[in-house]
Structures are given as C-alpha cells and as structure tokens.
Design a protein around this ligand. Structure first.
Ligand SMILES: Cc1cc2nc3c(=O)[nH]c(=O)nc-3n(C[C@H](O)[C@H](O)[C@H](O)COP(=O)(O)O)c2cc1C
Length: 286
C-alpha cells in the first residue's frame, strides 16, 4: 500500500523517471564493481602477486636467451676411502646443526656473511635463472622495525589466527610470538624469491621453479652458516611478508621466503632434545 502510494506520488511529481534513471545507474555501477572484482581475481594485483606460490608464469614472455659456450667439466677424483671418510665427516658436521633461537650480540665480520651468500648463490636453479635476492640487515633501526612487524603478526598467529593444533605442534619447541633474536642477532638475512624476472625494457621474464630454486639456495645457505661456525633459525614470518617487503623496498616481483637471523649462539642457548629419523625410516632401496 505504501509502495503504491509512493509510486503514485513519484508519478504525479514526475520523479519516477528520475528515480528510474537513478536505479538504472546504481545497477550499472554495481555490475561494473562486480566485473572489476572478478577481473582482479583473475589477474592478481601487485600485492596479490607477491602472495602467489605459482611457480610457472604462463604469460607470453620474451626471455632473451643467449648462446653459451660449453667448457670441459673439471672433476677432482678422489679415492673411495677418501670419499667414505668425507661423506661421513660431512654427515657428522651437518648432524650438529640445530635451529638456535637465542643469540649473542657479538658482531660477526661482514666478509663472512658475504661468503655465506656467495655460497647460497652457487645453488642450482630452474633454467639457471638464479631467482633470489638476499637482503642482509645489520642496521639496528631496521632490525627494530622488522621485530615490530613480525611480533605484531605472530601475536595474532599464536592467539587466534592459526588455531590450537598449530600452537600444540609448536609446544615442544617452546616458541612464542616474542622474537627477541630479531634484534640481538647481528645480522638478519631476508631471502626473497623472484617470482619472475624483469628484463631491460621492463618485460616479464619467466623464472621456472622459483620456489624450489630458492629453497635449495636456502639449504646451501644453512649449511654454509653452520660450516662457518655460526648459527641461525629458519624463520618463516607468517603474514608479515608483505610489510617486510615494503619496509625493505623490494620490487613487485619479489616475495619473502625466509628470514634467517645469523650470529653466535647466546652462552646459555638451549635447543629441544629432538631425535632425527634413522636412515631406515627415510630411505628406500629399490
Ligand atoms: C620451512 C621451515 C619453516 C620453519 N619456520 C620456523 C619458524 O617460523 N620459527 C621457528 O622458530 N622455527 C622454524 N623452523 C625451524 C624448525 O622448527 C626446526 O627446523 C625443527 O624444529 C627441527 O629442529 P632443528 O632445525 O634444530 O633440527 C622452520 C623450519 C623449516 C624447515
């Protein structure tokens, strides 16, 4: 009844035409907004792009591939006895590696850090694209800001975002949202994977398997850190990647993979008494 009266009033005053146009415009606006939303979901924005784990870029690109000369491979053959000893020694060394979360403030020479990154850079990578950037932070203000960003997100992760199972799984490690090592460790190495390359004319270049390539490089880096007598913890700053990327001014094609504090362990550092799976449980002969 009220509607009929309203329509009659609108018609009498000639407002129906204008309100009809208004409604039509509103509908058009809604359709446009919905269309834009769907479009954005299909083609990720710069922000979304950094959060995708898609390894391969399907877009048409022009990777300018150059011919490379092939040279003889240099191989220094050693005796089997030496091989056995070396492989055993390397296991013994690597078996002592632990994730350490308590750091000394003692400084480490920057040249050592450079060698460690050089080693990470020797890693294999999909089509030799070397899709990694290692940002080494030693500046106290940056470290403070990084800690702020990470702890803010970790507090949410631990209190409500990640759920009870996650918190329960982490219980033996005794980690909390607090990450003082982000300020005590003399260096923080933030490993960024380049989800695609950017050519000289701004064109996108495919970075095949960037995730696994960077992960292997991180493995090299962890081994190098340990071999050099320093310690680290493989920290994955959940939900803080974008803010850290912005803080460090990294470009749109990069996404944070890992954060590695590097330094000497604190004198009273402890680690959980974990046992590693024996060979029989991790290896199968066929
Ligand atoms: C992919 C990955 C992510 C990890 N993320 C974290 C992390 O965010 N914080 C942390 O304290 N440890 C983290 N760790 C370290 C593990 O907790 C640790 O490797 C595991 O407990 C075994 O201990 P170990 O490294 O001393 O052998 C991570 C390890 C890996 C491989």
């Amino acid at each position: 009844m009220v509607v009929v009266q309203l329509v009659q009033w609108l018609m009498s005053t000639g407002r129906l035409f204008y309100s009809g146009v208004g409604v039509a415009l509103l509908v058009l606006l809604l359709v446009y907004v919905l269309f834009q939303k769907t479009k954005n979901a299909e083609t990720p924005s710069e922000k979304d792009e950094t959060n995708t784990d898609v390894d391969m870029c399907e877009e048409e690109v022009d990777n300018d591939v150059m011919d490379v000369e092939h040279i003889p491979f240099v191989h220094n053959r050693i005796s089997e006895a030496e091989m056995k000893a070396k492989s055993k020694d390397f296991f013994t060394l690597m078996n002592k590696r632990r994730s350490v979360r308590f750091f000394s403030e003692e400084n480490v020479q920057p040249e050592i850090i450079e060698e460690l990154i050089r080693t990470a850079g020797t890693s294999p990578s999909g089509a030799h694209k070397q899709p990694w950037t290692f940002v080494v932070v030693k500046d106290k203000t940056y470290k403070m800001k990084i800690r702020e960003i990470v702890e803010k997100e970790e507090e949410i992760n631990y209190s409500r975002r990640m759920g009870t199972q996650w918190v329960e799984d982490l219980r033996p490690i005794k980690t909390t949202w607090a990450k003082p090592y982000l300020e005590t460790a003399p260096y923080l190495i933030l490993v960024f994977k380049q989800t695609y390359g950017i050519g000289p004319n701004g064109e996108r270049l495919v970075h095949y398997y960037h995730e696994i390539s960077c992960s292997i490089a991180c493995g090299f880096l962890l081994a190098a850190i340990h071999y050099s007598g320093l310690v680290t913890v493989t920290h994955t700053p959940l939900n803080a990647g974008q803010a850290l990327k912005e803080l460090l001014g990294r470009p749109v094609n990069e996404k944070l993979l890992l954060l590695l504090p590097v330094g000497y362990p604190a004198k009273d550092a402890t680690v959980p008494d974990f046992q590693r799976k024996p060979l029989e449980q991790i290896m199968i002969w066929k």
